[in-house]
Ligand binder design. Structure first.
Ligand SMILES: [Ca+2]
Ligand SMILES: [Ca+2]
Length: 94
């Protein structure tokens, strides 16, 4: 087996865009507000890599208990805005 010369390739440029498509509609989200500062998505509350009912149940429990980590909108306190924020993210899947 012989290996021939590689074909001539001219220089080219490529451009990549990295973004979020939380609702998976093929269009990058303009405001990925559900992205956590430390990585992961708000709706993936247990950091499992998936958004499922366990995330919902765990968040609701923490929210009901008033645990500070249920402050998903980072306002500094846990209130109904956190619940609305989480549910919106959960419904979008991220
Ligand atoms: Ca999860
Ligand atoms: Ca809050």
């Amino acid at each position: 087996m012989t290996i021939g010369s590689p074909p001539a390739v001219t220089d080219f440029e490529s451009e990549f865009t990295v973004g979020f498509d939380c609702d998976r509609d093929g269009v990058l989200d303009t405001n990925p507000s559900s992205r956590r500062a430390g990585g992961g998505y708000v709706a993936d509350y247990d950091f499992s890599g998936f958004v499922d009912t366990e995330d919902y149940d765990l968040f609701v429990y923490d929210y009901d208990q008033g645990y500070p980590w249920a402050d998903v909108d980072s306002s500094g306190f846990v209130d109904t805005d956190d619940f609305d924020y989480f549910v919106a993210a959960y419904e979008e899947g991220c």
